[in-house]
Unconditional design. Structure first.
Lengths: 367, 367
């Protein structure tokens, strides 16, 4: 969101009559949180070598406060490392009913040496269970997985599948191979079997390789929509949705406005080139409207808000758009001000009802 | 080999007392050979789309006669498409006892859409069985596999494993991921189970990506040793040889002289950094000397032949070097002249005895 002056000084007041779900909150495990949950061999490696795959804070340490809100750094911690601060700045501040954790460190750790990657992601999930879900009933989480070792990723999904605190499987848009390829299918099979959606979140080491590593942070930031479009196309064209007929896919932090025109192009190409993808038996737009969800942050903001309204009408998926704040990142969208960017007709469902339906969460009684 | 004037006009005479095995002969299937062996759906695709992954002849159509000997083009065919010409120019001409086919088209086809890749490689193997092995008892072959879909590659290996005409599994050095990673282990598991070596042959679409796509053919040609060294390191460091304790690896068309110094560096690094690879429990050179084989073409040729002799002494693996002609490529090494490049003490074993031991082939009686 661009900056907007607050119009109310009474937190939460504007939204007491509707359910508020935040679909994109980033927790951050400190090195000691991870170490404490690793078996001795992996712990020794963690202490000697750490992770050789840097995340955005290491790649852009001086851009926009390493990517975080300036007020989100706890003493001796890191943005997202402290549940108390997340309560103060987000859950209580905006009277959030439910928040979905997305532990992005798994994007980097998931490409480490396979068994080590699995150990790190497992430690991250255990830390979330113990330090977040056990202590804060408003929260749910995504499962971090070692996505480049699909068999081990599937094992981690099965390990968490019985835990109702984990409501989806986290996938990076920066996979080493095209993400819909059968090489990754063990991940989708395990998610489908557990009845969990896949949440694809922007990022990961290899995310920009399709057109080379970007020179500028601005380039990377805006490019997120393109990597997400590539991910969606790969899921569609490799036949993932046909192979796993119950699988749902949530696209997180990749924008929305590009999707309508992409579906026009996909439907048109499918009509004339379907010999190339005989396994794709329906127009891609039909599949997307039954299987894909979008999140709002960062939503594309035109000078004239009617243009965004038109873009959303092109997409025609209002019942599959989820509000997301992206806390604690610098471009956080406030639940108080963000709704004004959306057309009035969809605010209620986008701010909460859609997410409740997807994740099976209770809606707030009308106040 | 650099050009050497023949000193005998009587083919085969120089080697009647020793066994001759050629470990690198390239057959080439014409489009109709493939089409005739595809199921209808894949055949329609083959006829409409062909392969979207070009091989070296398409990438360098004008360099060195598209990469082939000028005298190796049959009427209406392609170098390596005609068994009669291979007999005339190689098997009969040099009185070859055994020749190992390496169908390089699988390098390109193996990265097509997975099921299509599997169908193309399967058709190639069936063509080899029917048109080469059934007709020429001196020949054996490698199994072409869809290496980027390891589960389907393993299925193709199991399908051919009972056929004594197939003596190894062909792997490209141009895999999309580091080739030793567990993602490819289903291929190695199937090979080990069948008792077949893996033969890694230079080439494949992605072969030069580690330092970018090369600008020049000369660059690519000399670089082959580097990609092979990277492949060997990946096998060693990912723990492939520990995971599959009977697996043998043949390095084809990647040179030899680089290997000694690489083993010095690997042993030294292992001694000081082995915390990084706890699964590697022995000096890498020990593993290589028990599990790896090299082929001769194109062997590095210094101005002073004693320097090559010294390089081979550094490596100390004379009993694991196999003669290869690389027929019908432009830089073919003649079985008549090539031995002169090797130290006298190793000629006998390199020209045949080593390959007979590896592939379980009968040696010729001393004449």
């Amino acid at each position: 969101m661009t900056a907007t002056a607050p119009t109310s000084t009474r937190p939460g007041r504007e939204r007491t009559t509707r359910t508020l779900v935040d679909a994109d909150i980033h927790p951050h495990a400190l090195a000691r949180d991870v170490a404490a949950r690793l078996a001795p061999a992996h712990r020794r490696r963690w202490e000697m070598f750490g992770s050789r795959v840097p995340g955005p804070p290491e790649i852009y340490p001086r851009v926009r406060n390493a990517g975080f809100r300036v007020d989100a750094w706890p003493d001796g911690g890191f943005p997202g490392s402290d549940l108390g601060m997340v309560r103060d700045q987000l859950l209580d501040e905006f009277d959030v009913d439910h928040g979905i954790l997305i532990p992005l460190q798994g994007h980097s750790w998931g490409v480490e040496a396979p068994e080590y990657a699995a150990a790190l992601c497992g430690a991250l999930n255990t830390w979330i269970r113990e330090e977040w879900l056990d202590r804060e009933p408003r929260l749910r989480s995504s499962i971090a997985v070692p996505h480049e070792a699909p068999d081990l990723a599937a094992a981690e999904i099965r390990r968490r599948a019985g835990d109702p605190g984990f409501v989806q499987v986290l996938l990076s848009t920066g996979t080493e191979l095209s993400v819909g390829r059968r090489n990754y299918w063990p991940i989708f099979a395990a998610a489908a079997e557990a009845g969990l959606p896949i949440a694809a979140h922007t990022g990961g080491l290899a995310q920009h390789r399709s057109a080379g590593w970007p020179s500028f942070y601005l380039e990377e930031h805006v490019w997120n929509g393109n990597t997400m479009a590539a991910l969606l196309m790969s899921f569609l064209l490799e036949g993932v949705f046909e192979e796993f007929p119950t699988l749902q896919l949530v696209l997180v932090e990749g924008g929305i406005a590009w999707a309508g025109p992409l579906l026009w192009a996909l439907d048109q190409a499918w009509a004339t080139l379907r010999e190339d993808v005989p396994h794709l038996r329906r127009p891609p737009s039909e599949i997307v409207r039954e299987r894909v969800w979008f999140t709002t942050q960062p939503i594309e903001e035109p000078d004239d808000p009617r243009h965004l309204e038109l873009a959303l009408r092109h997409l025609d998926m209002d019942d599959r758009i989820l509000f997301a704040s992206d806390y604690p990142h610098w471009d956080f969208d406030s639940p108080r001000h963000a709704p004004r960017a959306f057309p009035a007709a969809i605010r209620e469902t986008v701010m909460g009802a859609n997410a409740c339906r997807l994740y099976g969460l209770p809606a707030r009684d009308a106040g």
